[in-house]
Design a protein around this ligand. Structure first.
Ligand SMILES: Nc1ncnc2c1ncn2[C@@H]1O[C@H](COP(=O)(O)OP(=O)(O)OP(=O)(O)O)[C@@H](O)[C@H]1O
Length: 678
């Protein structure tokens, strides 16, 4: 597809002078741009005819949607080459994206931000998937100000859509774009004081859609004005809203919370020290475009996020987003834990990450990406899911309060590397690889005693456990949502009442639409899913000794320990799939152990397998699913690393705390690790 000519279109005004309002229809996957020659009505009829022999999925088209099997679904959309080759001449209103040098910005999604328009740039048959749609609103006119030079105020409403002349269309569009720039003429609802631009066909409405469009390595918000034909399903059994914008938003925010109220914590020190800039340029525009309200604070010193979240008014927010590495989510979880109302806090708030650090394990595992803009899109669209936490106790702090860990604990080679390479933070993620290689060559040993309560000890048992639990979380989730909505859907699909042969629920989960956003939350937040104080109770207190059903790890291995690593998320850094069998809420953590006596030639395949997760298959690597453990180090100096933070070298006891913390998981699950096919 050659779209080079479009590059000549410089600027919004040129487009608006030469482009008619683009016609579109709602399909199962998204909003489809129609050929210019067709009216939405004609086109919809044609589609109905075609569909008697062909499913919509077989129709050749350009789409923002990429292969849903691909882990990097957002990153690799093939159309993108088509769409991104078009010029991006418009820029965001700079005043809205500039950073304020205060520690606290109060920003709401209702701020008047002008997003670059792509009117006239989207080729026919392009589908804007619901998964990319951030917002939609009617373009309204005020009767007394209507400024179509060629027709009376009532003429657009009086003319059938296929009779609107190009001149009329241009007049309408220019007029409304001017008004739109001037002020608040966009409205979510069709109210009595303003009229929607529509044809005589009551089902055709002019709507502005904000969506995330790929540009270079990112997604950025864009807007497009579309004349959309939409007819709710005629059957009274299917309670479909005849409010088009509401219907678009329902489909676009399927199973996720709309208009999130987000408390953003930026660690300006995270990663290479660019967290603030990354958030302001890559994340904030998308959050505002999707009408999230955001409040931003900056951490000023280590541990500051713990104090911040102890003070916040949790009633004001539903999400805490950490624009940082994994250190800030760790602090946030522990800060909330220290609150007297921690049960309410954990029930209310989802804790998530916008990757601005060096490891960003949470974003890679939960949002399936290490890119701040794609991760933000995921944050906007993800499913609130309860995940297990790990409760850590050591003598020096346990009396005050144990520590919660969402990611990992490690002792030995990895711990030393993680913490002791802080001084080369400027290197970014490479600092870690360099450190590991250096320590392995030195063949350092980390003697200790380890006691474990196993859930699945052998690799075979672990595989069985994994296969049993892998789909359990998402199945439970699907069960909740599908039961409710299947009765409404039956075989009806959203494409203007046309039936299709393909009803793939799993794919639909990613990009498709779902009705009943509010009822979804009623179900998910029902009392059965709420945690109580009982869930925070420690089963194995540190001072009660090792329970008799815990097994002691072979002293030969423990005495020559190389790596001891326990974790709850598959990725511990962007390119390190250390726990390929980790699952969000299977009630276990994964344990990986290596022996420092392993030869360098055998260590090589282990280290080389870290990116794919195949290291756990090597015979020298112990890999188990466990419920609790105690590790007693036998060295006089050293450290533990918990979620990448430094902890003292003293006995550490850890137990799983199931489904304690709400986070945002893309499609309700961790990124696929391919562990089942290993
Ligand atoms: N203003 C600050 N100055 C110095 N350190 C800070 C500041 N704010 C937070 N910190 C500390 O910075 C540490 C690292 O933060 P963070 O996890 O965000 O980045 P990172 O270490 O680069 O990423 P990752 O943990 O994913 O490797 C945390 O321990 C946190 O307490």
């Amino acid at each position: 597809m050659t779209l080079r000519s479009s590059k000549r279109h410089k600027g919004r005004s040129h487009h608006s002078r030469n482009k008619q309002p683009t016609s579109a229809i709602l399909t199962e996957e998204g909003i489809m741009i129609m050929p210019k020659s067709s009216s939405p009505y004609q086109y919809a009829n044609r589609m109905t005819d075609k569909r008697s022999s062909t499913s919509i999925d077989n129709i050749s088209r350009t789409s923002f949607q990429s292969n849903s099997d691909n882990n990097s679904i957002f990153e690799t959309a093939s159309l993108i080459s088509c769409v991104t080759c078009l010029s991006d001449t418009d820029t965001m209103d700079r005043s809205e994206t500039s950073t304020r040098d205060t520690s606290k910005d109060d920003l709401t999604g209702n701020a008047k931000v002008h997003y670059p328009s792509v009117n006239g740039q989207l080729p026919a048959n392009t589908v804007i998937p619901y998964g990319r749609i951030l917002d939609a609103r009617y373009i309204v006119r005020e009767p007394s100000h209507y400024c179509d030079a060629t027709s009376s105020p009532s003429s657009p409403l009086a003319s059938p859509i296929n009779n609107i002349t190009e001149k009329d269309d241009i007049g309408e569009l220019e007029c409304f774009q001017r008004k739109e720039r001037k002020g608040n003429l966009l409205s979510r609802r069709n109210d009595s004081s303003s009229s929607l631009i529509s044809s005589k066909l009551p089902s055709t409405k002019l709507v502005e859609v904000l969506f995330a469009r790929p540009r270079r390595h990112d997604v950025v918000p864009k807007r497009v004005s579309l004349l959309i034909d939409y007819k709710p399903h005629p059957s009274p059994r299917i309670k479909e809203d005849d409010d088009l914008v509401e219907e678009i938003l329902k489909r676009s925010y399927r199973n996720t919370r709309r208009n999130k109220s987000i408390f953003v914590i930026i660690n300006p020190f995270g990663g290479k020290g660019k967290a603030k800039k990354l958030f302001m340029t890559k994340a904030k525009p998308l959050l505002l475009a999707s009408r999230c309200s955001i409040e931003v604070v900056y951490t000023k010193y280590p541990g500051h996020a713990i104090e911040i979240v102890q003070e916040i008014d949790i009633d004001k927010y539903d999400t805490i987003a950490c624009a940082s590495g994994d250190g800030i989510p760790h602090e946030v979880i522990n800060g909330l834990y220290r609150r007297p109302d921690h049960v309410k806090a954990f029930n209310k708030l989802a804790i998530t990450e916008i990757p601005c650090g060096s490891g960003n394990a949470m974003s890679v595992s939960c949002h399936w990406t290490n890119n701040p803009s794609y991760s933000t899109l995921c944050l906007i669209k993800s499913v609130e899911t309860k995940v297990d936490l790990m409760c850590c106790s050591q003598p020096s702090y346990v009396r005050e309060h144990p520590k919660l860990s969402f990611l990992s604990q490690t002792y030995g080679l990895i711990a030393e590397t993680d913490i002791n390479t802080e001084f080369i933070r400027w290197m970014g993620p490479a600092r870690f690889e360099l450190g590991v290689a250096f320590n392995i060559i030195q063949k350092k040993r980390y003697p200790c005693e380890i006691y474990v309560k196993y859930a699945a000890k052998s690799k075979n048992e672990l595989k069985t456990h994994y296969l049993e639990y892998k789909n359990k979380g998402s199945l439970e989730f699907q069960h909740i949502t599908m039961n409710k909505h299947d009765e409404d859907r039956n075989n009806y699909n959203y494409d203007n009442g046309c039936e299709t042969e393909n009803e793939d629920e799993d794919e639909g989960e990613d990009e498709g639409g779902e009705k009943g956003n509010s009822s979804f939350f009623d179900l998910v937040n029902s009392s059965t899913d709420q945690i109580t104080e009982e869930d925070f109770k420690i089963k194995y207190p540190l001072d009660e000794g090792v329970p008799c059903d815990w097994e002691r790890l072979d002293p030969n291995i423990a005495g020559n320990l190389g790596i001891f690593y326990t974790g709850k998320m598959p990725y511990v850094a962007a390119d390190t799939k250390f726990f390929p069998a980790a699952l969000p809420s299977d009630g276990t953590m994964d344990m990986v152990i290596t022996d420092a006596r392993t030869s360098l030639t055998r260590m090589a395949p282990i280290l080389l397998g870290l990116d794919k997760g195949s290291h756990v298959l090597q015979p020298e690597v112990l890999h188990s699913k466990i419920l609790a453990y105690k590790i007693i180090p036998k060295l006089t100096s050293g450290l533990f690393s918990i979620d990448g933070e430094k902890f003292p070298l003293e006995p550490l006891q850890v137990e799983i705390m199931p489904r304690l913390c709400k986070t945002l998981l893309r499609n309700g699950r961790y990124v696929d690790t391919d562990f089942d096919s290993m």
